[in-house]
Design a protein. Structure first.
Length: 274
């Protein structure tokens, strides 16, 4: 979420060599020195802690064809129109290129419709060739209710703080593993989101919970969010309604998205939260 390295044209080294090379470099070069004075999370690590162990890499296999939406899904982007989205000044102005919408510096976009408990399917691709490093490489995000972020980042052989890489609950929880494909290849997120519940007086009754499947691999499993996404701060909740928009971040990198759909889930709500 916060503020490029060129990929080699020669044949790719093995994943083990790549990971070892970057791990060695990380040992003597901290790309985020400003994050050593951030506040501590409940688990004892600092927000964006450069010393927090990064998840091991798992090969997710090759990218496949777009996943067709189920019959009860609300299609947000079909490859041809941004009509389901709005931008900061009215209509969404991201570019549409070869059936994908692409970040182009015109700002975040969000759905006109609002959703509560839901299943969200997102397919995205980081720019290729890769440019930049750490948080400056293929950075975007998927925000449920416009405030709870699942991080989008080119995390293929790209060290960064653990709670900021692809599949992280940004600033809160690293993914269980790094399932990121190479830049330019299509990636999938299936996000299962249970919205927070608030009491009548506005205090938190139950935290939001999220499961994230990245390229078919579980990277977050029923995790409780600490609150709305924050940068260099511990997240906290502010009361809001039962539904909210899904926001996609323009972080300045030309990340592409395709085949977006959402399934509203009818989950039981406790009486105190109704």
């Amino acid at each position: 979420m916060v503020p490029g390295m060129m990929l080699p044209i020669a044949p790719w080294p093995t994943a083990a060599v790549v990971v070892l090379a970057f791990s060695t470099a990380w040992a003597w070069q901290d790309p985020q020195p400003g994050y050593r004075d951030t506040p501590k999370l409940p688990d004892g690590w600092r927000v964006h802690d450069a010393d927090r162990p990064r998840p091991r890499v798992v090969d997710a296999g090759p990218a496949g064809a777009p996943v067709p939406p189920p019959a009860d899904a609300v299609v947000l982007f079909d490859g041809a129109s941004l009509a389901s989205f709005r931008g900061r000044d009215g209509d969404a102005k991201w570019a549409i290129v070869d059936g994908a919408m692409q970040v182009n510096g015109t700002g975040d976009i969000e759905t006109k419709a609002e959703f509560g408990d839901c299943q969200v399917h997102v397919e995205w691709a980081a720019p290729s060739p890769a440019k930049g490093d750490s948080q400056g490489r293929g950075n975007s995000g998927v925000f449920l209710f416009g405030r709870y972020e699942v991080q989008v980042l080119d995390s293929f052989a790209n060290p960064t703080y653990a709670d900021g890489q692809a599949g992280a609950l940004y600033g809160q929880k690293p993914p269980l593993v790094n399932a990121c494909r190479r830049p330019g290849e299509w990636q999938t997120y299936d996000i299962f989101f249970r919205a927070p519940r608030f009491k009548a007086d506005g205090t938190l009754d139950q935290p939001a919970r999220v499961t994230v499947v990245h390229n078919g691999i579980v990277v977050q499993l029923d995790e409780a969010l600490l609150g709305a996404t924050a940068h260099r701060a511990v997240a906290k909740y502010e009361a809001h309604g039962d539904k909210g928009p899904i926001r996609l971040q323009d972080h300045g990198d030309p990340v592409r998205f395709r085949n977006l759909w959402v399934r509203p889930l009818q989950l039981e709500r406790p009486a105190a939260a109704k």
